[in-house]
Design a binder for this molecule. Structure first.
Ligand SMILES: [Ca+2]
Ligand SMILES: [Ca+2]
Ligand SMILES: [Ca+2]
Length: 160
């Protein structure tokens, strides 16, 4: 007579010489910085900051692309994930922030993120303020009698 015996495979321990190989999964990159800032009136080619993308897999190469931009002409992203000024005129009083949708890829995983670049206000009237200050100083010195040269010279010229 044949007797059947059923055993659950789960309860059977693998032979001691079994080798378990852990396959390295390709993990997606992460983005460290989603808000950047730069002073208004910054020149062409100035750096607004890097989005700080890192990939946990050793030796991975990241590539960056812009999916969408509210003002494509203002900034570009370079091969290292840095936003660079592309427009000659960044005017805080006209537009104080920009939003870009970027995508970081490790060749397999695509990670999108919204990056906001904020403009920092700067004094647009530096030359006017300096000139105004210089005029005020001249008038004050003239008033106090410290600067007499122009008038003295004029008086001498007229008298001769
Ligand atoms: Ca990866
Ligand atoms: Ca301005
Ligand atoms: Ca300003």
């Amino acid at each position: 007579m044949v007797e059947s015996v059923f055993i659950s495979l789960d309860t059977v321990a693998p032979p001691s010489n079994t080798q378990v190989t852990v396959l390295d999964k390709n993990d997606p990159p992460t983005i460290g910085q989603t808000t950047l800032s730069i002073k208004e009136n910054s020149p062409l080619g100035a750096l607004a900051g890097n989005i700080g993308a890192v990939d946990p897999d050793v030796g991975s190469v990241l590539t960056y692309s812009l999916l969408r931009a509210d003002t494509p002409d203002a900034f570009r992203i370079d091969a290292t994930g840095s936003f660079i000024v592309k427009s000659a005129v960044l005017d805080f009083e006209t537009k104080s922030s920009y939003v870009y949708k970027v995508q970081v890829s490790d060749g397999v995983n695509l990670v999108p993120a919204d990056i906001t670049i904020t403009l920092l206000d700067d004094n647009d009237n530096v030359s006017g303020a300096v000139l105004h200050g210089a005029c005020a100083a001249f008038i004050a010195l003239r008033w106090c009698g410290i600067i007499r040269t122009p008038w003295a010279f004029l008086e001498r010229t007229l008298a001769s």
